[in-house]
Design a protein around this ligand. Structure first.
Ligand code: KG4
Ligand code: ZN
Length: 386
């Protein structure tokens, strides 16, 4: 791996941290802890040098994230994760001996963290950790909005989209079409009015008896299935908004009726045994059919957004952008409509600190720092409240 350390003699931020051995923004340590992934990353002058992610297996047995357990796991994970992020960044820098600098907590130039939205207990671990480091090391602090960061994951690797671009952000808690005019100027032009796309995947998986998080498992089983075998309804929602709750209900009834009908009628109801057998026999086709419907709901609105705005640089982001069916259909839709399509590398799709670091890099360039009174918030608010 080759990393080029940019030297910007006239950079407007040079005066910000004169003691730093780095130029430009220097090195940013970023921390992400909004849900059940503890992650730390190092970004040097806009280049991600490391992105360490610790998942939390403990939630699998409960069928969803248990907030209290997530907070405790973040406490256990955060120091080793930060430690590994710094170590890996140093290793990567060593592969470019001409530019080698020793990175450590003291030589880092800013500390970034996810401020909102997310589980409050989880956010508090990352934010208190980041604030304590900033206070004790006398470093500037950068508070980052998680959804803005998902969008900007598309600016980590080349080729990058040109502004303005559209981004379909699909995660466990959000489904948004974002019009992005600059790294720090973006507007949500469409969003879900009920469940998020990730929830639609996870709730379907639960109905199929699969463990949490079910999205990746549906993706896996769908690969061997016939997506045209079962038809699920596409909701008719005006404008650029989405809805997934009708789809969820339709899947629920379809399974309760062991495939006889999508509607609730007592005479259609199957026994538990019939239902289990139906699922077992048709798992791959069920996964492929549901996935195809979720993907078509998402891409039909994205096509509409592109036509309405005239924008053809289009990205996807968020945990569901790791879905192979969505990635493939997105590329195909892009080809048919002359879009320039962008998808983050897998490690930057689901929750990760690399995307927090790249967002912090752009906020640093614009002088958007926070003081120590900044607090974590569970609610989404505006992407630019921080
Ligand atoms: O962005 P993310 O990691 O966390 C949130 O900010 O919510 O997204 C998590 C969501 C979960 O619902 C998970 O099931 C879904 O992303 N997901 C997938 C895949 N990988 C993650 N859904 C479908 N297919 C996948 N391969
Ligand atoms: Zn996320």
């Amino acid at each position: 791996m080759h990393f080029f350390i940019k030297r910007m003699s006239q950079n407007k931020n040079d005066s910000y941290n004169p003691g730093s051995p780095f130029r430009g923004t220097g090195a940013i340590l970023a921390i992400e802890s909004s849900c059940d992934e503890t992650s730390a990353a190092i970004c040097l002058d806009g280049k991600i040098l490391s992105n360490i992610i610790a998942g939390q297996k403990i939630h699998e047995q409960y069928g969803g994230v248990v907030p209290e357990l997530a907070s405790r796991a973040h406490i256990q994970n955060i120091i080793p994760v930060v430690d590994q992020a710094i170590k890996l960044a140093n290793e990567n820098l060593k592969s470019d001996p001409g530019n080698y600098r020793d990175l450590n907590l003291k030589s880092i130039d800013a500390i970034a963290f996810t401020q909102s939205p997310g589980l409050i207990g989880s956010l508090l671990i990352g934010s208190q950790f980041a604030k304590s480091l900033a206070l004790s090391l006398n470093k500037p602090l950068i508070a980052v909005h998680h959804m803005q960061a998902h969008v900007l994951a598309n600016l980590i690797d080349d080729p990058k989209p040109s502004f303005p671009f559209l981004c379909l952000t699909v995660s466990g808690g959000h489904t948004q079409i974002v019009l992005c005019e600059s790294p720090t100027k973006m507007k949500v032009i469409g969003e879900t009015i009920d469940d998020a796309a990730g929830e639609a995947f996870d709730k379907t998986a639960k109905l199929l008896g699969l463990p949490y998080p079910g999205g990746p498992l549906i993706d896996k089983y769908a690969k061997d299935g016939n997506a045209n075998r079962f038809q699920f309804p596409e909701p008719q929602i005006p404008g650029l908004d989405f809805s997934f709750s009708g789809l969820k209900t339709s899947i629920l009834y379809f399974l309760q009726n062991a495939g006889k009908s999508h509607v609730y009628k007592e005479e259609f109801l199957a026994t538990e045994k019939e239902k289990e057998e139906f699922i077992k026999k048709n798992l791959a086709d069920l996964c492929a059919s549901v996935q195809q419907r979720i993907v078509s709901i998402l891409l039909n609105k994205l096509k509409k957004a592109s036509i309405e705005t005239g924008i053809k640089d289009i990205c996807i982001a968020g945990g569901v952008s790791a879905n192979s069916g969505l990635r493939k259909a997105f590329e195909e839709t892009g080809k048919r409509n002359n879009w320039n399509t962008f998808i983050p590398d897998f490690q930057y799709c689901t929750d990760n600190a690399g995307m927090i670091a790249i967002t912090a890099y752009y906020k640093f360039l614009e002088g958007q720092f926070s003081d120590l009174t900044v607090s974590a918030s569970a609610r989404s608010g505006s992407m630019f409240d921080a």
